[in-house]
Design a protein around this ligand. Structure first.
Ligand SMILES: [Zn+2]
Length: 113
């Protein structure tokens, strides 16, 4: 389950941020998850709860901001929204798409107390 290693990566960033701010508690972690990132939100939440147990981030709220997928369509010659990998261009129906956005998961903000 790759969500476990993602959760561990998030925890590292959160602990570093808490240390930098001399914070004793983390209130919330705000994540951006791309629609094309293959990250299962429910699984990630479960793993986050598991890895933060006993750490400064225990009990922190996990907020997820969805980031839409974006692809460059060759025939259209412009960026188009893409809901899922493997979908056709919503404008012209072409599959000549190059994914350009929405594939990442990143920590956007860490709220410390
Ligand atoms: Zn197109």
């Amino acid at each position: 389950m790759h969500e476990m290693s993602l959760a561990e990566g998030i925890l590292q960033i959160v602990e570093e941020t808490a240390r930098t701010h001399g914070a004793a508690e983390v209130r919330a972690v705000i994540l951006e998850i791309g629609a094309l990132s293959h990250v299962e939100e429910q699984a990630l939440r479960f793993c986050f709860d598991a890895v933060t147990r006993g750490t400064v981030a225990e009990g922190a709220r996990l907020d997820v901001l969805p980031v839409p997928g974006v692809a460059w369509c060759m025939p259209c010659g412009e960026s188009v929204p893409l809901a899922r990998l493997g979908d056709a261009c919503p404008r012209c129906g072409s599959y000549q798409l190059q994914v350009v956005g929405g594939t990442e998961m990143k920590v956007r903000e860490v709220e410390v107390a």
